[in-house]
Design a protein around this ligand. Structure first.
Ligand code: GDP
Ligand code: MG
Length: 199
């Protein structure tokens, strides 16, 4: 007997941030491949698919990689549109890449009509001796934009990023459920026209 209750659509996740912060490697290790120090800059597909088993059923998540378009300090509409979860990535050894997160967030905000679930990932924690971003700076920014945050390394920690995406997925699913309940409640409320007709 199948317990599969997944909806018809895959949930779109995007990773954005400066070039060189490790986005492609984070996606690669999420998919179960090994860290690659000669990063893949050319790939056949622009996203990987991962299935998350949740109590309500299995959910398919598509995790999209920019494949280098961020080098030109822009993102295409096709890359951003319909994303439900946006992960801002910086390199902990590069303060600039952290300062630029608000630039990337603004691009996404301008292209999305619905507010996404936000996450921030500080990558390259294996190089923590060269860390340039203080914990409180990360925490303050995360609080300001309402994001969950994670410090990790695509090189030495292949587990955390997948678990983090799973947590953001939980947030998305509970938000989605809340919105469905709210819109159901609104549907049930008689509109003004109906009220007038009635009395
Ligand atoms: P992208 O441009 O954001 O997609 O970044 P890449 O995944 O292509 O990585 C850029 C460079 O950083 C490559 O040389 C990677 O090998 C290196 N890199 C990525 N993640 C890590 C990490 O966690 N630790 C270390 N030491 N290097 C990393
Ligand atoms: Mg890349």
């Amino acid at each position: 007997m199948s317990s599969d209750k997944k909806g018809p659509e895959a949930i779109k996740v995007i990773l954005i941030g400066d070039s060189g912060t490790g986005k492609t490697n984070l996606i690669t290790v999420t998919a179960g491949y090994k860290f690659n120090s000669n990063s893949l800059t050319t790939k056949a597909c622009s996203f990987i698919q991962k299935i998350y088993n949740k109590p309500n059923g299995d959910y398919t998540v598509n995790i999209w990689d920019t494949i280098g378009q961020e080098k030109f300090r822009s993102l295409t509409n096709i890359f951003v549109k319909e994303s439900k979860i946006v992960i801002l990535v910086y390199d902990i050894t590069n303060k600039n890449s952290f300062n630029n997160l608000s630039f990337w967030k603004k691009i996404v905000d301008d292209l999305l009509s619905e507010r996404p679930i936000l996450g921030i990932v500080g990558n390259k924690m294996d190089l923590y001796e060269n860390e340039e971003v203080k914990d409180y700076e990360l925490e303050e920014y995360a609080k300001k934009i309402g994001a969950k945050h994670l410090l990790t390394s695509a090189k030495t920690d292949s587990e955390s990023i997948g678990l983090f995406i799973g947590e953001l997925l939980d947030d998305y699913l509970s938000k989605d459920k809340k919105e469905r309940i709210q819109s159901f409640a609104l549907d049930k409320r008689p509109n003004k026209e109906e009220k007038k007709k009635c009395c």
